[in-house]
Design a protein around this ligand. Structure first.
Ligand SMILES: [Fe+2]
Length: 357
């Protein structure tokens, strides 16, 4: 079982790296920790919306969000490098993955709530960082060791690097794609694998995993139509997370689903397309009512979810913000639904913009 505290120490540079048992892997140079890059023009996410973490979590979450922002900016640069046919940065990749593991150890609720918010400029860097965060959360829950988390995290970050070869007007096209455009999109896992196979200093397992991220356990995925355990377990995690992440964010051709709906859709898909073990972990880890969700209780009061209860996924801790008539309370009231069996969540409130259409 991985110990997050050890990885956090390493990510902070407090402890020299130690080799740990993991999956078989060729010897790889351990790149020196690159100096922390804080580019002056990092695009920031828009102000917190309904999916934002509660204000009380803002201070402890500051470092956590800096790690996330570093991951987004790193991916922005890697996509530019890939487009130019230039080398990727394995040292930076490792640093980013360790930073995200550290962030998940520090304040997972804040980080996961934050990534449910809207993307900033361009969707791919944000999507790639989000898939890495969620994949690592699943890997941690499965007790994977440090080397496994490094490879999983690198694969998740890079899973769509092959999209760098797809024209922007196809990626952002509204409405249906032509057959040739669809073919270009469907080539991206193979392109990702080619890019990573030629990258120096990245574990060879990563190229194999990214090639399989659109395979489905029922054999109906692409590019090879692999089935079940023939798909690498990292790819099975990334494909389930990829679906969830995509559903919870808008695309040019559709609106977003709230996490509750997305997890329900995943549970349906988990019966055939996705690995049910991975989906089960995601439901336990992400909760049907993620932190930041606005819900209506059976008392007609509105409340915001502030903590999930892992052993009672339907009964999180909420902060009640209105009375039963919908009028704001002067003092929000914290309610742990596991301790109030007569109170339960009746509905998830949709964001206003989604109701308008
Ligand atoms: Fe993809």
């Amino acid at each position: 079982m991985v110990r997050i505290a050890d990885i956090m120490k390493k990510a902070s540079g407090e402890e020299p790296e130690r080799k740990r048992p993991g999956r078989e892997k060729p010897e790889e140079k351990k790149p020196a920790r690159a100096p922390a890059e804080k580019p002056p023009s990092v695009p920031q996410k828009p102000p917190p919306g309904p999916g934002a973490p509660p204000a009380a979590a803002a201070t402890p979450g500051r470092d956590v969000l800096a790690e996330y922002q570093a991951a987004v900016e790193f991916m922005r640069k890697q996509l530019v490098q890939a487009r130019a046919g230039s080398q990727l940065d394995p040292g930076g990749m490792k640093q980013v993955v360790l930073g995200l593991v550290k962030a998940l150890g520090q304040d997972p609720d804040t980080l996961v709530a934050h990534i449910m918010g809207p993307y900033g400029e361009d969707y791919l860097p944000w999507h790639s960082a989000n898939v890495a965060v969620l994949s690592l959360k699943v890997g941690l829950a499965l007790g994977w060791n440090e080397q496994e988390l490094l490879d999983l995290g690198a694969s998740a970050l890079m899973h769509d690097i092959g999209m760098s070869s797809v024209r922007e007007n196809i990626i952002s096209k509204e409405g249906g794609l032509s057959r040739s455009e669809m073919e270009q999109i469907r080539e991206h896992p193979t392109k990702s694998a080619e890019i990573l196979a030629h990258a120096k200093g990245i574990n060879e397992v990563v190229a194999g995993v990214v090639e399989q991220e659109h395979e489905r356990v029922d054999g109906k995925g692409y590019p090879k139509g692999l089935k079940g355990d023939d798909i690498h377990e990292y790819a099975r995690v990334i494909s389930a997370v990829d679906v969830y992440e995509a559903l919870t964010h808008p695309r040019s051709y559709r609106k977003r689903y709230v996490p509750y709906e997305a997890l329900k859709m995943l549970m349906e898909a988990g019966r055939s397309m996705l690995d049910p073990r991975v989906v089960k972990v995601m439901v336990e880890e992400l909760s049907l009512y993620p932190v930041g969700s606005v819900v209506k209780l059976n008392t007609e009061e509105l409340a915001r979810v502030i903590h999930s209860n892992k052993n009672a996924i339907m009964r999180p801790v909420v902060e009640v913000t209105t009375d039963s008539a919908g009028d704001p309370l002067a003092e929000p009231r914290v309610l742990d639904l596991t301790k109030h069996p007569m109170v339960h969540i009746s509905t998830i409130e949709r964001e206003e913009e989604e109701e308008d259409d």
